[in-house]
Design a protein around this ligand. Structure first.
Ligand code: AMP
Ligand code: GLY
Length: 418
């Protein structure tokens, strides 16, 4: 089969590594891919958001199957356009991807189907949002409705921060149309858990739980990022909590989407907070998390491509999805300045980082020139280690990180320890 992966980050790199072992795949492409992905797939300079370009490429290269990994092409309807020309896909169609691309849709779904989440109010007027924020007890959470490259959420500790976030979304239009409508939410407290789940709309199979570290700096300080590191499994996610989430959140969500005529097929991301009143949904994403995928998929013992085919054909119930009982730790190395401005183009020296057993260095923002690799993004590498327990996974990951060098590299030193 000719297979293409849409996207070019660390998540797409781990997906490419996993599926590349499947004997059914004769040719693997990545659009646009990155330096690391080019070791296992042919990278093609077509942007993940260029849906017409992707469809044209699929036609001319006899693509049989597409894995659409990032949020933007899913929200833009890449799966619908590819399926319309007969190409099978892993990923939700546009109608189902709305679970991520509109936070207001997700909130209204949860309210309608009694799925636990934070209390909220929707605003389309700046003045009404400001008046409501002024009367609220802080902290409160301000969220742009649409996709905002992971930057549309502000946990405001005081009214000034809330006002700045509201003005930035609704008046300055920092996120364009995505910020025309906003949510103001109650601030929940408790440990955060990510659960990624395979689903074909009938069966749902949760993967190993994980914990992302979203803030830029140690001790959970600084601005929110796409994610600076992940451990899996998540220590707080006990089997009892997993049972409760299955009954009160996972199955109800799949059923709710079916009921709305928006059957979800692909990987559904549950961002949860374990509050004193029980687990609540913070957000849904319509895809694998990044860097959660780089920590969770190395623990998958079953074949990822076989699972993806089963999801697409709605026979997930026939597949045995097995995870190892080891632990995983993934440390993101970023360019200094990320998540705001940063410089790129520095050569990366990997040293002997990948000679450590259980270590994989996934590329997020890199470009390859011959046998050399250069930085090309904010998050540059996702260094993953699998160990017998969380301590050994963490030690190996940081040992590998210490062997990697490039100008302006920065990473958190407390992944899995805070
Ligand atoms: P999101 O982009 O929705 O995942 O939000 C980014 C981060 O903001 C989450 O990982 C949480 O740490 C935080 N957050 C979002 N919503 C809430 C909430 N209602 N209460 C507390 N923290 C929140
Ligand atoms: N790591 C968070 C996300 O993928 O949305």
């Amino acid at each position: 089969m000719n297979v293409m992966i849409i996207g070019g980050g660390g998540r797409e790199h781990v997906i490419a590594e996993c599926v590349s072992h499947n004997p059914r795949i004769t040719k693997l492409y990545a659009l646009p891919g990155n330096g690391g992905i080019s070791k296992v797939a042919e990278c093609v300079k077509i942007s993940a958001e260029d849906i017409e370009g992707i469809v044209e490429f699929a036609k001319t290269h006899a693509i049989d199957f597409a894995i659409v990994a990032p949020d933007d092409p899913l929200a833009l309807g890449a799966v619908d356009s590819l399926e319309a020309i007969g190409i099978k896909c892993f990923g939700p169609n546009q109608k189902a991807a709305i679970i991520e691309s509109s936070k207001i849709f997700a909130k209204e779904l949860m309210t309608k189907y009694n799925i636990p989440t934070a209390k909220y109010k929707i605003f389309t007027s700046v003045d009404e949002a400001l008046s409501y924020a002024a009367l609220s007890d802080c902290p409160i959470v301000i969220k742009a409705d649409g996709l905002a490259k992971g930057k549309g959420v502000t946990v405001a500790e005081n009214f000034k921060q809330a006002r700045d976030a509201i003005m930035s979304c609704m008046k300055d239009k920092t996120f364009g149309k995505s910020g025309e409508r906003i949510l103001i939410e109650e601030c929940l407290r408790g440990p955060e858990v990510t659960v990624l789940a395979f689903t074909d709309g009938k069966t749902i199979v949760p993967m190993i739980s994980s914990m992302d570290h979203k803030r830029a700096y140690d001790s959970n300080k600084g601005p929110n990022t796409g994610g600076m590191g992940v451990v899996a499994p998540n220590f707080y996610y006990t089997p009892e909590i997993a049972d409760e989430c299955m009954k009160r959140i996972f199955i109800p969500t799949i059923e709710a989407m079916n009921h709305e005529g928006r059957t979800f097929k692909g990987c559904l991301y549950f961002g949860l907070m374990l509050t004193k009143e029980g687990p609540k949904v913070i957000e849904y994403n319509c895809r694998f998390g990044d860097p959660e995928a780089e920590a969770v998929l190395p623990l998958l013992e079953s074949d990822l491509f076989d699972i993806m085919l089963a999801v697409c054909d709605e026979r997930l119930d026939e597949v045995d999805v097995k995870f190892s009982n080891k632990s995983s730790c993934c440390v993101v190395i970023a360019s200094n300045g990320y998540p705001s401005t940063y410089l790129t183009g520095y050569e990366i020296d990997f040293g002997d980082s990948e000679s450590i057993s259980g270590v994989h260095v996934f590329h997020s923002g890199t470009r390859r020139e011959g046998e050399k690799y250069f930085t090309s993004g904010g998050r540059v590498l996702a260094v993953n280690a699998v160990g017998d327990d969380s301590v050994s996974a963490r030690e190996k990951a940081y040992d590998a990180v210490s062997r990697i060098k490039f100008d302006g590299m920065r990473y958190r030193t407390d992944i899995g320890a805070c």
